[in-house]
Design a protein around this ligand. Structure first.
Ligand SMILES: [Zn+2]
Length: 391
């Protein structure tokens, strides 16, 4: 008898918990869709979701017993809302969505995780920090490749719109519907022809589309390249007193071909007229001749695919060897230095670039790097969009 009452009581408690969960979940999803259809930036959408939406469920978690399966279902619906608002690719990895931004994820908190964390905290009185530590270890293994140096965009670019971040994550995860992807991963097309639909020369992979396709080289890659170089070039022009104001990284205007003062000359994409016949590659992206400190600086920018960075650097140095020689002839006692600015198509960069930018832009180097990354990122996303529309 006694046991019968307690199990009935237990049942009714469970029933009540279930009702509470249903109501709270409805409100949770309603608020979530308000936030993800609002004009907030990606960072603010995530913060709002964690701080104003999750507590709808979070506050009552302490006293309720909820089936984990139902919480996972709420998370599934939440991800659907985010995907429908363009906040993520529907096939994007869930772990990445819930990983902290400092680790290269999006930083959204899931109901499931929150529930488990609450229960652990309540039961064992573990400090929340240690829960996070457990999660960090769980995520560690597979995010290694993504994590390296690609954390900046999620943390520092706080007014970045969701579709930009979602687009970038989509590229990291290589979800672009290329022929290689559809034939080998989703198997939605046959195993037949995987050649690029734009140039017909190479397998149509994400790497090929974003940095190896000859059909895009003269238009799309060039404008991405110019956008990145422009950021640095304007900084140097400002530094030398040629301009009073640095245009924003997204500004459409182009530098003039030549800037000239008594002591300094700066060239944007102007050929060098060589006396020597052998000097064929006479076009260098930008150069600055400083007559006071007797220095010639040449700048070359490229945005190769992620694993081609070192090769690109060697290529550029070799290609412009004769040009540096020519410059040394024209400016005999000047120091000639070439900077190969290499930032891969997914905005990864090397330590060497940090050093170069410090030499060129001094204390503003971090800011210059961030702006260049945004320029390259916008270019890459534009290419991905163009590709999706074209095929
Ligand atoms: Zn191609």
């Amino acid at each position: 008898m006694v046991s019968g009452t307690s199990s009935l009581e237990y049942l009714s408690v469970r029933q009540e918990d279930k009702l509470v969960l249903e109501c709270a979940a409805r409100e949770y999803l309603r608020r979530l869709s308000v936030i993800w259809t609002s004009p907030l930036s990606d960072y603010n959408r995530v913060v709002a979701s964690n701080q104003f939406v999750l507590p709808v469920l979070g506050y009552i978690m302490w006293t309720k017993q909820w089936p984990v399966m139902e919480l996972k279902q709420i998370d599934r619906e939440a991800r659907k809302i985010v995907a429908e608002s363009g906040g993520r690719h529907p096939c994007s990895s869930n772990a990445l969505l819930y990983m902290t931004r400092s680790r290269g994820g999006r930083g959204l908190r899931s109901v499931d995780m929150e529930y488990k964390a609450t229960k652990i905290k309540g039961a064992v009185r573990l400090h929340y920090q240690s829960v996070r530590l457990v999660m960090k270890i769980v995520h560690w293994e597979w995010c290694g490749s993504l994590k390296s140096k690609r954390q900046g965009w999620g943390v520092e670019w706080k007014n970045c719109p969701s579709h930009t971040i979602a687009g970038l994550v989509e590229l990291y995860e290589q979800l672009l519907p290329t022929r290689v992807y559809t034939s080998q991963k989703t198997h939605t097309s046959g195993e037949g022809d995987v050649r690029c639909r734009l140039c017909g020369k190479a397998p149509e992979s994400v790497a090929h589309i974003l940095s190896g396709c000859s059909a895009l080289a003269q238009s799309k890659y060039l404008s991405r390249h110019d956008a990145a170089l422009k950021v640095l070039f304007y900084e140097l022009l400002y530094d030398k007193g040629f301009i009073d104001e640095i245009p924003p990284w997204y500004s459409p205007d182009k530098p003039k071909p030549v800037y000239e003062s008594e002591n300094v000359k700066a060239y944007w994409d102007v050929p060098i007229f060589a006396d020597q016949q052998e000097v064929r590659c006479i076009r260098v992206d930008a150069r600055i001749v400083n007559h006071i400190c007797k220095r010639v600086v040449t700048l070359e920018v490229s945005c190769p695919w992620v694993n081609n960075r070192t090769r690109k650097d060697e290529e550029k140095t070799l290609k412009y060897g004769p040009l540096r020689w020519e410059l040394r002839q024209q400016f005999p006692d000047y120091e000639v230095k070439q900077y190969n600015i290499i930032m891969d198509a997914l905005v990864g960069w090397s330590r060497e670039l940090d050093v170069m930018l410090r030499e060129l832009a001094g204390g503003r180097s971090t800011d210059v790097l961030r702006k260049m990354q945004r320029a390259v990122l916008s270019g890459t996303l534009n290419i991905a969009r163009t590709f999706k529309v074209a095929v």
